[in-house]
Design a protein around this ligand. Structure first.
Ligand code: PLP
Length: 375
């Protein structure tokens, strides 16, 4: 017997929005380019299996994940197509790559040799460092990159780089991005000249696609934009693409009570009622991914289309909010933490701004205790 998914705190996925976002982003992509959605970190908190299933149904047949375990989970759930692992896989987990037919990123030429020594055929995309200086073989090391093509057990299906300043419109960042893109294509020319078939190429993530749609590649690795947002509220508004958020976050009211003037509420006596008040306790907390930094009036929830501000400190499993001005609130009512309630809306961008971070972090930290419900 399993609990009602909406009994405490849950995520609602608006698949219609996901479908629309896919169309909008495909509209930006050059002819022949395909989506390779980033469904790492449980699809940025949305639920990797739910999201990848829907995308598979829409004809999307390539995904990227951060870890081999994430890839294995998708395969176990019947997801078809290429699943590219972007991050490090320890040799002890190479068996997952083989068992689940995952494609591994070659982090540098040395790692390519390590993968090849495993002794079984592994499909790979070579990561190329064109200036982010995170993962990837340096683009100037052409000899070493060619060595990867020569590794006996590796099947090189692709080659990619990652842009580190594509989100910014400032001159230095634009020039840097241009340099990265040119370095990547220069490398692919040299590889061809050396007599190797150039495999599938990809460069852009969300900002790369939106700000540099003219780049011609085989894939775009889009994450945050697919979920209907960009990293900040300002960027989301400015991009003007009409993306819509896929995720809503909701929780039940577990208790409603009166607080008399002078009484305090929550840990550390951080809130004292200035007058007689009515408060509601909401069954969601920082263990579910709500940033604790939204405590003490910095965060809100919506109940019946009205804003109720967080009072006192956010707890691990609960939040108290001021509902003095919201009539008829009762146990079992639904509070919207992210999403719409009647005419009102709280976006993940607003939470991110309040917590001093980006939407990507807010979403990807939404916890495993939340149930995912497709609507
Ligand atoms: C996470 C990630 C992406 C997706 O990034 P978004 O900004 O969410 O679109 C693409 N490529 C790599 C290498 C990543 O790590």
């Amino acid at each position: 017997m399993s609990a009602l998914p909406t009994d405490r705190a849950w995520i609602e996925l608006d698949m219609e929005s996901l479908r629309r976002n896919v169309e909008i982003l495909q509209g930006l992509m050059p002819e022949g380019c395909r989506l390779m959605p980033a469904v790492k970190a449980n699809a940025y908190g949305h639920g990797a299996v739910e999201v990848a299933r829907e995308l598979n149904a829409l004809g999307v047949d390539a995904f990227c994940v951060a870890t081999a375990a994430e890839g294995a989970e998708l395969r176990e759930s019947g997801i078809r197509g290429t699943i590219l692992v972007l991050g490090y896989t320890h040799p002890g987990s190479f068996c997952l790559l083989r068992k689940y037919r995952l494609t591994q990123t070659v982090l540098d030429s040395e790692y390519g040799r390590e993968l090849s020594r495993y002794g079984y055929e592994i499909h790979v995309h070579i990561g190329i460092d064109t200036g982010m200086h995170r993962l990837g073989e340096r683009c100037e090391n052409i000899g070493r990159i060619i060595d990867v093509f020569r590794c006996k057990n590796l099947v090189v299906d692709g080659m990619y780089t990652h842009l580190c300043a594509a989100d910014s419109g400032d001159q230095h960042c634009k020039a840097y991005t241009k340099m990265q893109v040119e370095a990547f294509f220069e490398l692919t020319e040299r590889i061809k000249e050396a007599g190797f078939d150039c495999p599938e190429l990809h460069i852009q993530s969300s900002y790369g696609l939106i700000n540099y749609p003219e780049i011609k590649c085989d894939y775009v690795r889009v994450g945050i934009a697919l979920y209907g947002l960009l990293s900040t509220g300002e960027d989301t508004e400015k991009c003007g693409l009409g993306l819509s958020p896929v995720l809503s976050l909701k929780a039940r009211v577990s208790s409603v009570k009166k607080l008399e003037a002078g009484e305090s509420c929550g840990y550390g006596l951080q809130f004292t009622a200035p007058c007689d008040m009515k408060i509601a306790v909401i069954s969601i907390g920082y263990a579910d991914g709500i940033p604790r930094s939204l405590s003490c009036g910095r965060g809100y929830v919506l109940i019946d289309g009205k804003r109720a501000s967080v009072i006192g400190r956010i707890c691990m499993d609960q939040i108290s909010v001021d509902v003095t001005d919201i009539p008829y609130v009762k146990r079992g009512d639904i509070a919207v933490v992210v999403g719409k309630s009647e005419e009102a809306e709280i976006s993940a961008c607003e939470l991110a701004e309040g917590a001093g971070t980006i939407t990507n972090e807010i979403l990807s930290r939404l916890g495993g205790r939340l149930k995912r419900v497709c609507v």
